[in-house]
Every structure is written in C-alpha cells, then in structure tokens.
Ligand binder design. Structure first.
Ligand SMILES: [Zn+2]
Length: 464
C-alpha cells in the first residue's frame, strides 16, 4: 500500500477535523460544524465518517483528510503528510517523492525555530540567564510554568543563532527568511533578539513559528520585540497560546482574551487554561474566527489603562462583526489580569470572568463617562454610540431586550424627552438612507424595531 493510502486509512477524518472545528453528529455517519474556510453563522460544513471526506455546502470547500490539513494549515501536500505522520505516528518513508522547494524552505524555518528555542531555553538555565531568571522571579513565575511555556533567554552577543544555524548548515538566505537573523548593510549577520526574555509563539498545531522577546534592560527599545512576518508566521492569523488553550476553550465554551504573553501565562498558571493573547497586534477577523471555531463566548480582559480600554473597544467592534458573544471582564484596583490572579487569587478572578457583563454595559459606562448626561446632547451622543452596538446582536428578541435595558441603564432624563426622540427620528432616517445603499443588509426592519423600542423606553421613563 502506498504511504498516502496507509496514512489515510490509519487516521480518522472526524478526529482530525475535530481538532479545528466543533463537530456535532447529524446522522449515522455524518457530522456538522461551522466551516473553517469561510465565515458562517449556521453550520453547512459536513464530515462523512465512512467515506472520509469533508464538504462545505456554502463555499464548496471539500476533499479528503490530507487536503483538509493542507488547506487549514497552509501546507504543501508533502508537508501535510509529514505533519500527519508525526502527529498520528504513522512512519513516513525516508526518501520521499513529495517534497518541493517551498515546503523544504518552510521545513527549514521550522527546524531553525526549534533550534532557537532549545538555545534560548539552555541560556536561561545557564550563567548568562541570570538577569532573565531575576525578572521571572520578580514576576512570580514557577519553574513548571517557565517550562510549560518554553520561556528562554537570547544572549547579548548577537551571534549565537548565526553561529548555530551556520554549524547546522542552513544557508544565509534561509537564516534571513526565518526572521531570527538580520543582515547589516556591510553584509554581516546578527541575531535579531539580543538580551531578551523569549516567548515562543506556536501555530495551532503546536509548531514554533515565531518569538516575542521582552527587553530586560530599560534602555532597550521596544519593550516587546516580535518576529517579523515570515513564510511560516502570519501575525494576523495567530493567537498566542491557542494550541494549548483550545481544548479547555471548547469544554468551557468560552475563551478569555488578554493582551500580552505575561497575562496569558499568569492567568494559565492560576488554573485557567482557556486563555489566549492577541500579542501586540490589533485583533483581526482571522483571529476572531479562530476563536469562534472553538467557542461561542469570549471574555475580553484587557489592561485597565486607557490604551487597554481603547484596544478593548476596537476588539469588540471586530468581535461583534464576527458574531460572537462578547463579555468584558473588569478588574478593580488598576490590576492587569496577571497581577489580579496573583494578588486576589484564582477564585476572585473566576468570579470576575463568570460575572463579566455583556459588552454593551461596558460601552455604556465608557460613553457615560465621556459625555455630560445632564444635557440633551450628552444623552443623544451616548445613545448614538450604543445603538449601532446593540444592532449587532444577531438575535431579535435578545436585541430588543438589551435595547430596553440599555435605555433604562443610560437613564434618559424627562426634560429632554422630546429632543432625544427627535434626534432619534433623524438618526433613523439617516440610517435608512444609508441602508438603502446596501440592500443586502438584514438590519433595516430590526433597526426600526430597535429604535422604536428605545424611544418607547425613553418615553416610558419620562412618564414615570
Ligand atoms: Zn465553507
């Protein structure tokens, strides 16, 4: 039997696909889930257990288990076979007719990242890692946490990886392509990460594809340096810690989204395994889709400072567009998630996560803090911020209930009732015109209902 056949007969497509998509049984041999190749709200993606194929009835994606792994991980045929042979323990013949140039390069880059991680880890345990160990101790990370997250230290010389890769025979072009090595104008090579605490970044199948490095000297800028984009590292697609978190995310049907490596590590160490970090980049639609494949609910827990709050607000916009239930975790005392877990303990943090309010109340508080709620203008401004956010709730009943809650929460003042209603009528007309430009939008009817509900609530409040 040819190796491909042998591999396909020894893995079950339901299990392989199930690592990426929550599948539900929908027939004797059929499973369904949300398609991982396009964005959808109702499942049209099926996997057939007997015939061992997948098919999406919306976007047309389909094929066998090898094709699935190729498409999902962006791998060549050869790489997909190799990945699966390693993951499922089906030995692959040594000489292989499938390797091509691209996959050889990606294979080399992955090997370089593994070698780099080993080097960083060894450094951390050696004499030169003292300052990094000091930082780890100050942040209160246990040895097993350091081990679990593969933390390391990049030395000061700026030559360690250049030398290591040279010894292992990687060509200069690949060293540069890895993003771990840079080239000066005079042609000499240097390690990109120097004197930093190193955080390996993995793809969803657990391969190291990049690093984040935290400066240990206050003079070193930036504080966090990340790998550049490379053939194996597409920043907009990657969430830190997702490969470890995804099982717990599914089990709890909730993902906790934090901002940085240290937050993800600190919260995990406190016993919450369903945490991922966006890591230095603004949240993208691809990252949200990656989370949505594992859970319906997301608890956003960014830093309590102003940049953190702004990042949270931007993230909420993306999350709502991708139709995921969003809750905002607020921590008191100006503590970030890592600090909160350490100072207040896991139970307090769990309480915060489980009692996190829907994003809309968080938005309302923010909007109220910015505007003078005693003035008509202020009340209108606040409602105008909230109406578009309420509209993004997919379910009509939920949306109306929330609209009424929000109007009450904002508390429109009796004296301004008329002016607020007028402003809303104008807003309704404006939006209707805007919506005519995009006839596919399903919001028009909902929007009217929503505005009516809001106005009704405002009127009721005023009559009380
Ligand atoms: Zn599809």
């Amino acid at each position: 039997m040819d190796f491909v056949e042998q591999l396909k007969s020894s893995v079950d497509i339901v299990n392989v696909v199930g690592e990426y998509v929550r599948l539900r049984r929908s027939g004797a041999n059929r499973y369904m889930g949300l398609c991982p190749f396009h964005n959808e709200k109702t499942a049209s993606f099926t996997v057939h257990a007997v015939h061992q194929f997948y098919k999406c009835f919306s976007c047309g994606a389909g094929g066998d288990v090898v094709k699935f792994v190729m498409e999902k991980e962006g791998l060549s045929f050869y790489e997909a076979l190799k990945t699966m042979s390693e993951r499922y323990g089906v030995p692959m013949p040594k000489r292989s007719q499938y390797a091509d140039e691209d996959s050889k390069v990606r294979g080399s880059l992955l090997a370089m990242h593994e070698a780099a991680e080993e080097n960083f880890r060894a450094n951390l345990q050696s004499q030169i890692g003292e300052a990094a160990r000091g930082y780890i101790a100050r942040r209160g990370l246990a040895a097993e946490t350091v081990e679990h997250f593969g933390l390391g230290y990049s030395d000061r010389s700026g030559r360690a990886l250049v030398r290591l890769f040279g010894q292992r025979g990687f060509p200069v072009a690949q060293m540069e392509e890895s993003g771990l090595v840079g080239k000066r104008q005079d042609g000499s090579l240097y390690d990109r990460f120097r004197n930093r605490l190193m955080f390996p970044i993995h793809n969803e199948s657990g391969k190291i594809i990049g690093f984040g490095g935290r400066a240990l000297s206050p003079d070193d800028e930036p504080k966090y340096l990340n790998s550049p984009e490379t053939p194996i590292y597409k920043k907009s697609h990657v969430l830190y810690n997702l490969h470890r978190a995804k099982e717990a995310v599914r089990k709890e049907d909730r993902v906790i989204l934090v901002e940085g490596y240290m937050d993800a590590i600190g919260v995990t160490a406190a016993g919450f395994r369903n945490v991922v970090a966006s890591c230095g980049t603004a949240l993208t639609a691809q990252q949200v889709q990656a989370m949505k494949r594992h859970a319906d609910r997301i608890a956003v827990n960014f830093d309590p400072d102003a940049p953190g709050a702004n990042a949270a607000q931007r993230s909420i916009d993306i999350l709502l567009q991708e139709d995921i239930q969003v809750y905002v975790v607020e921590l008191d005392g100006g503590l970030d998630p890592d600090e909160y877990c350490k100072e207040r303990g896991a139970t307090a943090y769990r309480n915060r996560v489980e009692n996190a309010q829907s994003y809309i109340y968080w938005l309302a508080d923010r909007a109220r803090a910015k505007h003078d709620m005693r003035s008509t203008q202020g009340q209108i401004a606040v409602l105008e911020i909230l109406v578009p956010a309420v509209q993004k709730i997919p379910d009509t009943l939920e949306r109306l209930k929330l609209a009424i809650d929000v109007a009450g929460y904002v508390g429109v003042d009796q004296a301004n009732q008329g002016a607020v209603l007028d402003a809303f009528k104008r807003a309704a007309v404006d939006r209707k015109e805007k919506l005519v430009e995009s006839p596919a939008s399903p919001l028009r009817h909902d929007e009217r209902m929503l505005l009516n509900a809001l106005c009704w609530e405002i009127r009721n409040c005023a009559l009380k």
